[in-house]
Design a protein around this ligand. Structure first.
Ligand code: GDP
Length: 454
């Protein structure tokens, strides 16, 4: 831990500035070997939260202009001494600066190593570390808000609240069981049960909102399905904003699964344009249809397109039936033409039905809000503290199961010892969730997903 590390903290590519971040006990000494401040200031003795202008001097030459930001332990991102050197952006300047810093005594940082140090120095919890990664990856305003709230500790606080209640309960139970002679007041059956059910309800809410939160973070795999010529490719192009799929008036032109990621409102759709869902003798097209049904099975969102200008036919009814019980939105397209379609025949199979013309982009907001509502992201409160990873979800589920066991043990008349053991299990699961009891392997796994420089 005592090693001083360095990495480029900004993404590669052309940009105004880039930042090389150095963290560790030698941060200032290392930086001073490559940075010459103007005037007679000295970086080695700089206080925290100060900035200095100067030059990157290396191999006897001025290589660039620099601004050095100084942070002193423990008031820095990592909790250690930190220097951030801002140089000009692009490929060459930051790389040369990093090379000079490494040759001056810093070790190249591994992926997520700065954030890992922040975690290991107690600056942030594991859930906050995971939030850092989510914030970097956020594509929509709401996903950024959720990640920012997690970074501020919304989830950690919510878990802490649960732990406080359960710890008090466990303490009371232990006192009562272990020191019967001490006159500890008996725990009311009802009080015990209401604390357990209250904590379970909170965990349930968190577990239920996981899916919507995951949609915000990672987007949703979306299948566009419908009979040939209803306007699926036109819809894809509308969503993508350019001609991604070939649109033709000849049935069956989209034979392969075409993929495209688009940001629609708060949700990123990972779109699969699919072959027309029609019975066919054509082998290539049959393969396309088989694939599009497979996409529908994997999809977290199905956009089922119908042609409003055509009478409802058996294929439409079959598709609607296939959509029942799925996260599927019925899209009645071509509403700019005369209406022949009976929407009521398919409506009961869908959570919602929207009427659009895929040729007009004024329908994008209509689609966006219907999709946000369908996936539950519209109802997300960023400050409620959302579970942000499969790891967190599993810990929350085990805590909930343990509380269920505690309640069952009590209701079946087992002694309080057994109840106490279950509550302890729940507490351990919650400690795992926030990382206070996470194994080294779990911590490695979390940070392995980070980028270098964060
Ligand atoms: P797909 O086979 O389902 O992918 O259908 P396409 O997207 O290729 O569209 C078939 C035909 O319908 C094309 O000629 C489109 O221009 C046309 N079309 C698509 N959407 C609309 C719409 O909203 N209104 C009208 N009038 N025509 C549309």
């Amino acid at each position: 831990m005592s090693q001083t590390i360095a990495a480029i903290a900004t993404p590669p590519g052309q940009g105004g500035i880039a930042v090389v971040r150095i963290s560790g006990p030698e941060a200032h000494a290392v930086a001073a070997r490559v940075f010459q401040p103007v005037g007679n200031r000295k970086l080695e003795t700089a206080k925290g939260y100060t900035a200095m202008f100067g030059h990157f001097v290396w191999q006897g030459r001025v290589q660039d202009e620099l601004v050095a930001l100084s942070f002193r332990a423990p008031r820095s991102y990592t909790g250690e001494d930190v220097v951030e050197l801002s140089c000009h952006g692009g490929e060459a300047a930051p790389r040369l600066l990093l090379q000079a810093v490494v040759e001056s005594g810093a070790a190249p940082a591994g992926p997520g190593e700065f954030t890992r140090r922040a975690f290991e120095n107690g600056r942030i919890s594991l859930t906050q570390a995971e939030a850092v990664m989510d914030l970097i990856g956020a594509t929509g305003r709401q996903s950024a808000a959720v990640a920012a709230a997690a970074l501020e500790g919304a989830l950690a606080k919510r878990i802490q609240g649960l732990r406080d209640q359960l710890t008090a309960l466990a303490g009371h139970l232990a006192a009562w069981v272990d020191f019967p002679e001490e006159d500890v007041p008996a725990l009311e059956q009802q009080a015990l049960e209401s604390t357990l059910t209250g904590c379970m309800a909170q965990l349930d809410a968190m577990i239920q909102s996981y899916g919507a939160g995951a949609v915000l973070r990672r987007g949703v795999d979306t299948a566009i399905v419908g009979s040939p010529n209803v306007g699926k490719s036109t819809l894809l192009n509308l969503l993508a904003g350019f001609e991604r799929a070939i649109v033709t008036p000849i049935a069956g032109t989209t034979r392969d699964v075409v993929e495209q990621q688009v940001q629609l409102g708060q949700v990123r759709l990972n779109l699969f344009d699919t072959a027309g869902l029609r019975q066919t003798g054509d082998l290539v097209e049959a393969e396309g249809i088989r694939r599009s049904y497979a996409q529908m099975d994997k999809a977290g969102l199905v956009l089922a397109v119908f042609d409003a200008s055509r009478p409802t036919d058996p294929a439409d009814i079959e598709l609607a039936r296939k959509c029942a019980g799925r996260p599927a939105l019925a899209i009645l397209n071509k509403t700019d033409l005369d209406r022949a379609f009976d929407a009521e025949a398919i409506r009961p199979c869908f959570a919602d039905l929207v009427e659009i013309s895929a040729r007009e982009d004024r329908f994008l907001p209509v689609l966006a809000s219907a999709i946000e509502k369908l996936l539950g992201v519209a109802a997300i409160d960023p400050d409620a503290g959302l579970l942000a990873s499969q790891r967190q979800l599993e810990a929350a589920v085990s805590a909930r199961t343990a509380l269920q066991d505690a309640l069952a043990a009590r209701q079946q008349g087992f002694d309080l010892d057994a109840v106490g053991v279950c509550i302890d299990d729940a507490l351990h699961a919650l400690y795992r969730l926030t990382g206070e009891e996470a194994s080294a392997a779990v911590v490695d796994e979390v940070f392995s997903k980070f980028c270098v420089g964060k």
